[in-house]
Design a protein. Structure first.
Ligand code: NDP
Length: 329
């Protein structure tokens, strides 16, 4: 059974020297345990943070340990009465072909509601991030202008569609003409191609009356452009800052933070795991919209097995994905 271990901590962008492909015995379940044959590994920007030896919301992955990853698969052997052979499950199984589990933090997936891939995307952690970030942190209201970055990605594409479904005016930012066209098809009111540059001018043109909610997935220059374009009482939900995750030195801070004062605005970070108790509410809301054809759940599935993990992870930073990025095992 193959697995990917952390060989050494990367400086900047991870590369081949960061990882070690290894072979382990297929585990046997002991009492209370079961074995999952992993089918899909989730690629998450947060993984880059888990490689740094720094104080964070979760300990870093240790050198020599299997890389931490959300994943989904099928139970193939079980001595746990709550999980039967054939069950579809998701959990933090790691970048490996077979995972041993005691059921802690494992969710059973109803494949009658949605395919496994969607349970890692719009109905999984990214979808919950979108829902609670928009509802609880952004507090988007009908009629308001919502700006969302990495809008064609896993979290962003759900944010954009939830905001549309709420009756907001939605401006998305994505990289490249294909993603721009896709977001227009989804019904966004304005789409900005970040690769065309001059973000400040583009955001101001798209939001002449100002931005009420900025759902920030990327940080950096776009955060400054959003700060420079706020409406009075605006909320900025700090979800992530992927544009900075591979930086070797800290970037300059948001230069325009005084806009928070001028526009009586608020900027707040959040972590989806704090909303675990409320996942059923988020899943119900998003699955209802999917059933009503008002929200499209999209995934980009890369081939290559666990050996393809190092390249697949970099795909997030190169923007290869539309919707949720997954690796097929
Ligand atoms: P995505 O599916 O959005 O993939 C990442 C996307 O980021 C790429 O497709 C690319 O899209 C964009 N991107 C990459 N590099 C840059 C750059 N330098 N500048 C601007 N955009 C860039 O990933 P997720 O939806 O999984 O995650 C989105 C964000 O949400 C991340 O910041 C992540 O850390 C955060 N997150 C936070 C959680 C929380 O609890 N707070 C939970 C889950 C995710 P394009 O080229 O189209 O711009």
């Amino acid at each position: 059974s193959q697995e990917v271990r952390l060989a050494q901590r990367p400086q900047g962008r991870p590369d081949a020297s960061t990882w070690q492909l290894a072979t382990a015995e297929v585990p046997e379940p002991g009492p209370g345990e079961f074995v999952v044959r992993v089918e899909l590994v989730s690629l998450d920007p947060a993984m880059r943070g888990w490689l740094n030896d720094a104080r964070s919301y979760i300990p870093p992955v240790g050198i020599g340990e299997v890389m931490r990853a959300f994943a989904a698969g099928e139970v193939v052997a079980s001595q746990n009465e709550d999980f039967a052979v054939g069950d579809a499950v998701s959990g933090t199984f790691g970048v490996r072909e077979h995972a041993l589990s005691d059921g802690e933090g494992v969710t059973k997936l109803d494949l009658g509601v949605a395919p496994m891939a969607t349970w890692l995307g719009a109905l999984g952690m990214p979808g919950m991030t979108a829902y609670f970030g928009l509802e609880d942190v952004g507090r988007a209201q009908p009629g308001e202008t919502v700006l969302v970055s990495a809008a064609a990605g896993a979290v962003g594409s759900v944010v954009a569609q939830l905001a549309k479904a709420k009756g907001c005016r939605v401006i998305g930012v994505a990289g490249g003409p294909d993603k721009v066209a896709w977001l227009r098809e989804l019904g966004l009111d304005e789409v900005i191609d970040r690769k065309e540059g001059d973000l400040l001018r583009q955001v101001r043109r798209a939001a002449p009356d100002g931005v009420d909610v900025y759902f920030d997935n990327v940080g950096g220059e776009l955060l400054d452009a959003a700060l420079a374009s706020l409406a009075r009482g605006a909320r900025i939900a700090i979800c992530g800052a992927i544009s900075t995750y591979n930086d070797e030195t800290l970037a300059e801070g948001p230069r325009r933070y005084m806009a928070l004062l001028v526009f009586r605005a608020r900027m707040q970070g959040f972590l989806v795991m704090d909303y675990l108790d409320r996942y059923p509410e988020g899943i119900a809301a998003i699955s209802r919209l999917i059933q009503q054809d008002r929200l499209v759940a999209t995934e980009t599935v890369l081939e290559g097995g666990v050996a393809g993990f190092p390249d697949a992870l970099l795909g997030l930073f190169d923007g290869v994905n539309t919707g949720k990025l997954l690796l097929k095992v």
